[in-house]
Design a protein around this ligand. Sequence first.
Ligand code: KIV
Length: 300
Amino acid sequence: MSITPIGGAFDRPGRKVTTASLRDQKLHHQKITCLTAYDYASARLVDEAGIDMVLVGDSLAQTMLGYENTLSVTMDEMLHHVKAVRRGVKNALLIADMPYGSYQVDAKDAILNAARFVKEGGAEVVKLEGGERRADLIRRIIDAEIPVAGHIGLTPQSVNVMGGYKVQGKNLGAIEQLMRDAVALDRAGVAFMVLEGIPREVAAMITNEVSTPTIGIGAGPECDGQVLVFHDLLNLTFHTPAKFVRRYGDAAALITESVQAFRADVKSQQYPSDEESYHLPMDTRTALDTVLARKRAMGR
Ligand code: KIV
């Protein structure tokens, strides 16, 4: 890697986002922004761009690790990324996603795993999927001084139960369940709730009903804020994006062009140039020239 340092302490102006300031944003109708990040560089760029929340999502299973879905990613894999992101984030609120299997078995395990994200990873909030039936567990984690975010609607860890990634809340029964889920999370005291893959009208009703900030992904514009996956935003996913994704840049094209240009320059000896090379100090150069001339003169 380059010998120019990239890490270490950095000064960054701006206000620290907290769970309390998120509620203020909802109260004052200021939209909340959230992006996923999974490593130091992307976390730092997202934070410096002024995004309110950085989520180390279990979507890293697919985006970073190439798994088919989010079910395989482990606590240790998640922690590795949370620690890297922590080093890049200063002002944004840092959220760690609890992976599948880390909170479904029993409450004690769930609290221990949530505490690892805080203690070892430096996360400020943990997020877990599910509504009404997770309310008691969420209360217990909050009792352990760990803020929790909820996630309802299309919950990717339930992919096998849902039979695919399908928009939820499309009939009256499902809408009623979603409302019950949202109210249960609100009462349990979550810091915010992600509404994923639900009709705009239902997300708007939930957002009006609860005092907790709602953060939408594929849930329409009435939510209190929006979250997108970093790799979706930048065309780094290698698949056709979902309907709700807006691509703000084409990092895949940029990376491919840059890599191809590097390859071509090396092959054609255009890289590195003399300006990109280190040189001997003048006195060493003179001494070396003298030694080489002497060797040539001696016929060696
Ligand atoms: O894992 C993730 O990226 C998420 C977002 C889609 C909200 O949970």
